[in-house]
Design a protein around this ligand. Structure first.
Ligand code: HEM
Length: 292
């Protein structure tokens, strides 16, 4: 599937799922706010309790989503003959299931969390939130269009190409080129360790929009006749160059942090999965079959 169609497809999936979740959460809001002892007297109880028509449905769809997110691991390792589609898109599918699945499971629990199954639920939340951090670290590692990590030589090549594009595509005046160089070659303290690296990266991400707003203002002021389309492209290329430079500088530190992150993320995923498996097996053995 082409990049644009895929992005549209995943955006539609997010929108429909989030609208549906808001609808269900809003419809059941008064019920979910009730104390446990009062719930059986509420008319919505048969529908929204974890074993109710809707409640059980949320659980089934939510846990199916959580199982489906492991397709990413399968694709990464070519398991079950899964070789198609690029890894970056598969990761986006993983994230979709990793966000919507836990939200549905939250509705399924109806806030009734106790016993072993609550360990699975909190592990799931831990994996979900750590996933958001992981995604941030993931994008700090330079990758090709397919999502494979780039070697340092390839990063330098890409960086050089961006500079050439800037010079070739537009007749960029020397003073603008100097300013682009100044904005894209930010000084970082590389020797201060991994935590400092992550802090510097986050700070740089927060400051970058202001830096490039200043670059835009600089071009407009010095060269009022420069075509707006050209300014847009210069800013775009400069942003890419700036990110690439930073990613190159911190490659070693970020790769180590990402490795550590995996060590935390994965065990929680397996704990969640193992307990979820026990929970589902017991439920089915007890005769809860939903509409089947
Ligand atoms: C219940 C929710 C989730 C579970 C059980 C889960 C589980 C996993 C597992 C087992 C892996 C290791 C994949 C592998 O290397 O084979 C992984 C990787 C990853 N997950 Fe999740 N995840 C969840 C949610 C999320 C969310 C919400 C995000 C982002 C917003 C996310 C982002 C990532 C990233 C960036 C990786 C690393 C990809 C890589 O190194 O190739 N995950 N996840």
């Amino acid at each position: 599937m082409k990049e644009k169609s895929f992005n549209l497809f995943i955006t539609i999936l997010y929108l429909t799922s989030i609208v549906a979740i808001i609808y269900f959460a809003y419809s059941g809001f008064d019920y979910y706010m009730l104390e446990m002892k009062d719930r059986p007297h509420d008319p919505l109880h048969t529908l929204l309790k974890p074993g109710g028509l809707w409640g059980h449905g949320f659980g089934i769809v939510g846990s199916s989503f959580v199982i489906l997110l492991f397709l990413y691991s399968a694709r990464k390792r070519f398991l079950f003959g899964l070789r198609f589609g690029n890894i970056r898109k598969w990761l986006n599918v993983h994230i979709f299931f990793g966000i919507i699945g836990p939200l549905l499971i939250t509705l399924h629990t109806a806030g009734k969390l106790n016993g072993l199954v609550s360990i699975s639920y909190y592990s799931m939340l831990a994996v979900m939130f750590s996933g958001i951090i992981g995604r941030y670290i993931y994008i700090q590692i330079p990758r090709d269009e397919e999502g494979h990590e780039l070697a340092l030589g390839a990063v330098e090549e890409k960086n050089k190409n961006l500079t050439e594009m800037l010079v070739k595509d537009f007749d960029v005046p020397q003073d603008v080129m100097d300013e682009v160089r100044r904005m894209t070659n930010v000084h970082f303290e590389i020797e201060k360790g991994q935590l400092s690296a992550m802090l510097q990266i986050t700070l740089d991400d927060l400051k970058r929009p202001i830096r490039f707003w200043k670059l835009k203002r600089f071009i407009k002021k010095r060269h009022p006749k420069f075509p707006p389309k050209g300014i847009k492209r210069i800013i775009l290329y400069s942003k890419k160059k700036s990110l690439l430079n930073r990613r190159k500088i911190f490659l070693g530190a970020v790769t180590n942090v990402f490795h550590l992150w995996h060590v935390v993320h994965k065990p929680f995923a397996w704990i969640m999965f193992a307990i979820m498996f026990v929970h589902v097996t017991i439920t089915v053995l007890m005769g809860y079959r939903w509409v089947f």
